[in-house]
Design a protein around this ligand. Structure first.
Ligand code: G3P
Length: 228
């Protein structure tokens, strides 16, 4: 993972799959190249293979099922997303939670597979205990702000600053902030508050010109890190 971490969660919007999803990934790849910034795309499981074949960006799964290989109809365990081309995965997103013991088990498995992990938490109190499980990064997102366009940086800056204090105790785990990030200013502020990157979905996926939004976010992330 390279800083700043820019993670775009495709979720399952009408442009998250099929050719529209690939076109978007190509536009984002162009920005990634132009600014020499790594941009992670967390895409639907059905799109991991296609998108990872088309672009040179780290492609993540949005979720992996914490079940062993075997008789589990419909399950997508981490071995399968790796085989499809994923470089990593989100775990425990607010829209796809799993139990704490499952998080611990799946993180060990993901590490053994050589995949990266971004573990989502909904409150700063979980940053240190979940940080002890050693994901590559923790993404903190107050669920009540997700998809609202009201950013965590502006509405709940204390969530980021407290999470930043907590992550330091875990050592060696990055902290990313998300929920409602809509403008370059939101991105700048999140990093200024101490986050090492941002997670975003709706501001990009629902934009008329998503590439402009992504470019603005990248520039602001670089500026906040003194790299632009
Ligand atoms: O994983 C990031 C996501 O939950 C944030 O969603 O729409 O508030 O940017 P959004």
């Amino acid at each position: 993972m390279r800083l700043p971490i820019i993670l775009i969660n495709y979720k399952v919007y009408d442009n998250s799959f099929g050719n529209k999803a690939i076109e978007l990934a190509k536009k984002i790849e162009k920005i990634s190249r132009e600014y020499s910034v790594e941009i992670i795309l967390a895409v639907p499981a059905t799109m991991i293979y296609r998108i990872s074949q088309e672009v040179n960006l780290p492609i993540y799964a949005q979720h992996v099922d914490p079940v062993p290989l075997g008789a589990h109809t419909g399950a997508i365990p981490p071995e399968l997303v790796k085989d499809a081309g994923a470089k990593g995965t989100l775990i425990n997103h607010s829209e796809k939670r799993i139990r704490a013991d499952e998080i611990d088990d799946i993180l060990k498995r993901i590490r053994n597979l050589g995949l990266e992990s971004v573990l989502c938490v909904d409150r700063y109190e979980l940053v240190f205990p979940f940080g002890l499980l050693k994901p590559n990064a923790i993404l903190i997102e107050p669920p009540e702000l997700i998809g609202t366009g009201i950013s965590v940086s502006k509405a709940k800056p204390e969530v980021i600053t407290k999470a930043v204090d907590e992550i330091k105790k875990a050592k060696g785990v990055y902290l990313i902030a998300g929920a409602g990030i809509s403008t370059g200013e939101d991105v700048f502020k999140a990093i200024e508050l101490g986050a090492q990157g941002i997670g975003v979905a709706s501001a990009v996926m629902k934009a008329k010109e998503p590439e402009k939004v992504v470019e603005d976010f990248v520039i602001n992330a670089l500026k906040a890190m003194g790299k632009f």
